[in-house]
Design a protein around this ligand. Structure first.
Ligand code: ATP
Ligand code: MG
Length: 222
């Protein structure tokens, strides 16, 4: 099986995440894409992140009845005693439950990929599995070469949509053009604006019912 892990805060999941997942699914014939909401996101401690249970519930609603997409509790904080969890640990944990002929990809947007040098153990992370990097408006996919740790680069000639590292490959998927972010959705929601078309309708209904983004903090800054 070809399986991708798609990590994120998903606060909330939105149609940009779904476009990225669908594009990767069809380009790489993925059997499964696991959406992995982060438990305690190491990069986002500056603001209050919505409870894991709510973010997971919204991911589950968005994946419901969509072929190949599934929610994952791999980073459920209840399993990690509230400790921060790093992507490299999640990938290692996932490897342990994979069959020998499974192939794992890590799906990620270009904005997040450009941040990888600041993540925990980037070299081990990039050594651990293949990556699929999707385009995102406002971020230059051409920059990803420059952030790759020199030690990982291989002597292979550069491919158009693939960078071969010493053990893994980074695949570039440049067709995604979804100008949408969770920050913007939180802001719209706090102002009482419609979320139609930005998140699946069951997710919009859930946000409304649970009044998730109504706090003043969301209306101001995020
Ligand atoms: P926030 O505004 O809170 O940062 P976000 O919209 O960036 O939220 P995240 O949960 O931070 O969503 O992102 C999870 C993953 O999805 C990251 O790899 C990110 O690059 C990717 N992603 C998010 N939105 C898009 C988009 N519109 N197009 C392509 N990739 C995206
Ligand atoms: Mg983000």
């Amino acid at each position: 099986m070809k399986i991708a892990l798609f990590g994120g805060t998903f606060d909330p999941i939105h149609s940009g995440h779904l476009s990225a997942a669908m594009a990767a699914q069809s380009a790489f014939a993925l059997d499964e894409i696991s959406f992995v909401p982060t438990g305690v996101p190491p990069h986002k401690r500056a603001r209050t992140v919505t409870a894991f249970a709510d973010r997971y519930a919204m991911v589950a609603l968005a994946c419901n009845d969509v072929p190949h997409l599934a929610p994952s509790r791999l980073e459920d904080p209840e399993h990690h005693g509230g400790e921060p969890n790093y992507s490299i640990d999640t990938i290692r944990r996932f490897h342990q439950q994979m069959a020998d002929d499974d192939h794992l990809y890590f799906l990620i947007g270009v904005d997040a990929f450009l941040d990888i040098p600041t993540w925990h153990d980037p070299v081990a992370l990039l050594d651990s599995c293949d990556f699929i990097v999707v385009s995102r408006p406002g971020f230059e996919i051409g920059k990803i070469n420059s952030i790759l740790p020199a030690v990982l680069r291989s002597e292979q000639p550069l491919q158009e949509n693939r960078i071969d590292l010493r053990r893994t490959s980074v695949h570039l998927l440049t067709t995604v053009e979804a100008d949408i972010s969770s920050s913007n959705i939180r802001q719209r929601s706090a102002h009482g604006e419609s979320l139609t078309g930005l998140v699946p309708q069951p997710v919009a209904d859930y946000i409304k019912k649970r009044n998730i983004y109504a706090q003043d903090t969301y209306a101001e800054k995020n």
